[in-house]
Design a protein around this ligand. Structure first.
Ligand SMILES: [Zn+2]
Length: 142
């Protein structure tokens, strides 16, 4: 998570004057805020987690790294789809944030959720071997 050049870091380098999050109003653009505390991101996370039959639980970056270490092990479809949805969500939140800063394009939360779902559906089609089980059918991605 230290690889993201969030505005709080860029402000310390002197490359930007503002470190205000561009996804919500008034908070500082830190990794923790952007991916875990931001109201815009939280709304997207809640929707994506509900597709995986999971609920959003408050926690900092360390909590979520521990959570992933325990809940995303193995090679089952459940594990694969959790990893894929989580990675796609992080990517799309980061991409939306960069689009707003660098090319002034603003997408709604609904559009981001649709983009994430589209990517996951496309990847799931290429995954193959998805067992026809109640658990696999419970993932409401399609
Ligand atoms: Zn924010």
């Amino acid at each position: 998570m230290k690889a993201h050049k969030t505005l709080d870091k860029l402000k310390t380098y002197g490359t930007t004057e503002s470190d205000v999050c561009v996804l919500c109003c008034g908070s500082h653009d830190t990794e923790s805020h952007l991916f875990f505390d931001c109201s815009y991101s939280n709304n997207i996370w809640s929707s994506m987690l509900s597709l995986l039959n999971l609920r959003r639980i408050d926690g900092d970056v360390h909590f979520w790294i521990d959570w992933m270490a325990h809940h995303a092990r193995g090679k089952s479809f459940k594990v694969w789809i959790r990893k894929t949805v989580l990675a796609a969500t992080v990517y799309h939140i980061w991409n939306e944030r960069n689009g707003r800063i660098f090319i002034s394009i603003f997408n709604s939360k609904e559009k981001i959720r649709k983009q994430i779902r589209s990517v996951v559906i496309l990847k799931a089609r290429s995954w193959g071997g998805i067992g026809d089980t109640d658990e696999n059918r419970s993932f409401c991605i399609a």
